[in-house]
Design a protein. Sequence first.
Length: 318
Amino acid sequence: MDSDALNTFLVVHRRGGISNAAKALHRSQPAISRRIALLEQELGVPLFERIAGKTRLSDAGRVMVPYAERAVAAAQDAENAVRALLRDNSGPVALAVTGTLAGERLSKVLKRFARRHPDVALTLRTATSAEVSDLIRRGEATIGLRYDRDRSGDLDCEVLFAEPLGVVCAPDHPLAGRRVGRLADLSDERWIAFPEVPGRREITASHVFALFLTHGLGEVDWTPVDSLTAQKRLVEAGLGIALLSQSNAAEELRASSIATIRVGNLTASHEVVAVTRHGGFLSAASRRLLDIIRTDFSKVKSAPRAAKPPRPSPRRHR
């Protein structure tokens, strides 16, 4: 059982079949089929089943996935380690970040890194926090930036800072620039927030509802919007209020296209965390990028630590 066979197995699984895997790997369909057949013969069990015309993992295939991911990632580590001996300041570095962290601060980090290490091929992918962890776990990304720590033992998580969250509204909102005493004073407002997608939960999706639950305020009217930019445009138009981090709202606040509402009893933040694979290889270039991220993000003033609210059940929306 070699890493190529395991990688072929994973690609067939992720792409949903032999045909799509062949395109992704630039190989013929018969070659992919033979590779899977040989792997199944070696293991003595089928790894895939055809159900309703679709390729699905068998029970053995589902058991196989995490082991195959670790083996393929370890093989990639070995290749990267050997290549790093040849050229210390070059080679690929893959960064995965939660989409809402791909803002002005990250741009400064990438600019500094590119200026100092022009020969390094740096790639950037955006994903949800859970997906960032999965990309690191599978070896498809070297360094990840996400919200809140991943509790699994196969990842190393380093908290960079706790970013404060605040309520924002349109400039002509009656409470724009003012202070209210309690979160309950905003319970009749329409909120704009990320949707909660089953099986693809994003940490920031639940903040608004968790806060209302913690304060014993029950349900909240909200509009699910899966784009940060779209959320801010709706807030600017006066179609709702939102709970945003300081960095995500900075540009609009400078332009006065949105305003803040200060809430007396609200202390909200989320931790920004750097994620790497536990025991995984980090090239010299990857370590330098991580050092720049640490240096730049450590300049951010962390919010006061608050007790974590429980995860809420979905709220009504329209």
